[in-house]
Design a protein around this ligand. Structure first.
Ligand SMILES: [Zn+2]
Length: 84
Protein backbone atom coordinates (compact mmCIF):
# COMPACT_ATOMS: atom_id res chain seq x y z
CA UNK A 1 0.00 0.00 0.00
CA UNK A 2 2.87 2.38 -0.66
CA UNK A 3 1.50 4.09 -3.76
CA UNK A 4 -1.79 5.96 -3.36
CA UNK A 5 -2.32 6.02 -7.12
CA UNK A 6 -1.46 9.63 -7.80
CA UNK A 7 0.34 9.33 -11.11
CA UNK A 8 -0.95 12.57 -12.59
CA UNK A 9 2.43 14.32 -12.36
CA UNK A 10 4.37 11.64 -14.15
CA UNK A 11 4.55 13.44 -17.48
CA UNK A 12 5.83 16.90 -18.29
CA UNK A 13 9.13 16.67 -16.46
CA UNK A 14 11.22 15.15 -19.20
CA UNK A 15 14.22 17.38 -18.48
CA UNK A 16 14.60 15.82 -15.08
CA UNK A 17 14.92 12.38 -16.51
CA UNK A 18 18.17 10.52 -16.29
CA UNK A 19 19.17 8.63 -19.40
CA UNK A 20 21.40 5.73 -18.52
CA UNK A 21 24.53 5.30 -20.61
CA UNK A 22 26.94 2.43 -20.88
CA UNK A 23 30.19 3.37 -19.17
CA UNK A 24 31.71 0.03 -20.10
CA UNK A 25 31.24 0.90 -23.77
CA UNK A 26 34.08 3.41 -23.44
CA UNK A 27 37.61 2.41 -24.25
CA UNK A 28 39.77 0.94 -21.51
CA UNK A 29 41.91 4.07 -21.50
CA UNK A 30 38.93 6.37 -21.12
CA UNK A 31 37.43 4.29 -18.37
CA UNK A 32 40.72 4.27 -16.53
CA UNK A 33 41.07 8.03 -16.85
CA UNK A 34 37.56 8.68 -15.54
CA UNK A 35 38.06 6.29 -12.67
CA UNK A 36 41.25 8.07 -11.65
CA UNK A 37 40.42 11.70 -12.33
CA UNK A 38 37.91 12.47 -9.62
CA UNK A 39 37.05 15.17 -7.16
CA UNK A 40 35.69 14.16 -3.77
CA UNK A 41 33.66 16.77 -1.88
CA UNK A 42 34.06 14.82 1.29
CA UNK A 43 37.84 14.42 1.17
CA UNK A 44 38.34 17.76 -0.63
CA UNK A 45 40.93 16.09 -2.77
CA UNK A 46 41.41 15.29 -6.43
CA UNK A 47 42.20 11.98 -8.08
CA UNK A 48 41.44 9.66 -5.19
CA UNK A 49 39.67 7.47 -7.69
CA UNK A 50 36.18 5.99 -7.74
CA UNK A 51 34.56 2.58 -7.83
CA UNK A 52 31.17 1.43 -9.15
CA UNK A 53 31.01 3.93 -12.00
CA UNK A 54 27.58 4.70 -13.38
CA UNK A 55 27.22 6.91 -16.43
CA UNK A 56 24.11 8.86 -17.34
CA UNK A 57 22.87 11.87 -19.27
CA UNK A 58 20.99 14.47 -17.28
CA UNK A 59 19.82 17.84 -18.60
CA UNK A 60 22.18 17.57 -21.54
CA UNK A 61 25.23 16.88 -19.39
CA UNK A 62 26.93 13.54 -19.05
CA UNK A 63 27.69 12.51 -15.51
CA UNK A 64 29.83 9.70 -14.26
CA UNK A 65 28.90 8.87 -10.72
CA UNK A 66 30.82 6.56 -8.45
CA UNK A 67 32.09 6.06 -4.93
CA UNK A 68 35.25 7.61 -3.55
CA UNK A 69 38.01 5.07 -3.12
CA UNK A 70 38.97 6.59 0.20
CA UNK A 71 35.73 7.46 1.98
CA UNK A 72 32.98 5.84 -0.12
CA UNK A 73 31.19 9.18 -0.56
CA UNK A 74 29.47 9.74 -3.92
CA UNK A 75 31.73 11.44 -6.43
CA UNK A 76 30.43 13.01 -9.63
CA UNK A 77 32.35 13.80 -12.77
CA UNK A 78 30.62 16.18 -15.18
CA UNK A 79 31.45 16.04 -18.85
CA UNK A 80 30.86 19.08 -20.98
CA UNK A 81 30.31 18.65 -24.70
CA UNK A 82 34.00 19.10 -25.38
CA UNK A 83 34.66 15.83 -23.62
CA UNK A 84 32.09 13.75 -25.44
ZN1 LIG B 1 36.38 10.80 -0.45
Amino acid sequence: MSSPGQNLNMSGVMQDERIERDFSARSEEEQQAFLEQTWCDQCQEVNLGMTNPNEYLFKGIIFIEGECNRCGHVVLTELTEDDF
